[in-house]
Design a binder for this molecule. Structure first.
Ligand SMILES: *Cc1c(COP(=O)(O)O)cnc(C)c1O
Length: 216
């Protein structure tokens, strides 16, 4: 049995910060319990699981995709995702634009920025994101809504704090530089272990899994 803890988070998060419940490790029954408690925004990270859960769960859920997305899996995700948070390569962005064109749909995305210390982390360097946004008009079927990032995986809060401070100021810089990018206003930072730090650095969405769903 998986217990669902939402009340404390709802109390703790400012009203303008969206709680994205990361349900990737949890079964449909646990998501249903969170839904019944009132949660409406969920995120998955594997295309196959995403498609299956979307199919089985209520239609008014707002689904986000937060995992690595291979271009041959777009059709499992793009018809249902309100937001693809994890656009991490130019190749993927080009494929999303093409899918949107072919399916007459505009896909809302966040650009995932590499901020953590780990080389293995996905995401764009800041210069790459800048280059994409300078050329945003080449992607008429993509709506750029902001940035997503994961901090360095460490217990050292000062490192996490520095990571989030950096992405916060990069976001502010972009908002300033691209006033014509309507709706470019979302900063998705903060997970179960570091969302309190993210809230101090302009998070508009937090992505929380293990602090909500607990194995009993
Ligand atoms: C799994 C995951 C989360 C949630 O992590 P928790 O530590 O369980 O809160 C958030 N963001 C991404 C991109 C993830 O893959």
């Amino acid at each position: 049995m998986i217990e669902v803890n939402l009340n404390n988070l709802w109390k703790e998060l400012p009203p303008d910060v969206k709680l994205v419940a990361v349900s990737k490790y949890y079964p449909v029954e646990a998501i249903e319990r969170a839904y019944k408690a009132g949660q409406r925004v969920f995120a998955e990270s594997r295309p196959q699981d995403f498609a299956v859960k979307v199919e089985q769960l209520p239609k008014d859920i707002e689904w986000h995709f937060i995992g690595h997305l291979q271009t041959n899996k777009l059709k499992l995700v793009l018809p249902y995702a309100s937001l693809v948070q994890s656009v991490d390569s130019r190749h993927l962005l080009d494929a999303i634009e093409k899918w949107g064109k072919d399916n007459d749909k505009v896909i809302q995305v966040l650009l995932e920025i590499h901020i953590g210390a780990e080389q293995t982390k996905q995401g764009f360097a800041e210069e790459e994101a800048l280059d994409i946004l300078f050329n945003a008009d080449k992607f008429p079927h993509v709506r750029f809504r902001g940035l997503m990032a994961m901090a360095t995986n460490t217990d050292d809060e000062s490192i996490v704090d520095a990571d989030f401070a950096r992405i916060d100021s990069f976001m502010a810089y972009l908002v300033d530089l691209f006033p014509e990018l309507e709706g470019f206003d979302q900063l998705s930072i903060g997970m179960s272990g570091d969302y309190k730090i993210a809230l101090r650095h302009g998070a508009t969405m937090v992505r929380i899994g293990s602090a909500i769903f607990a194995e009993q």
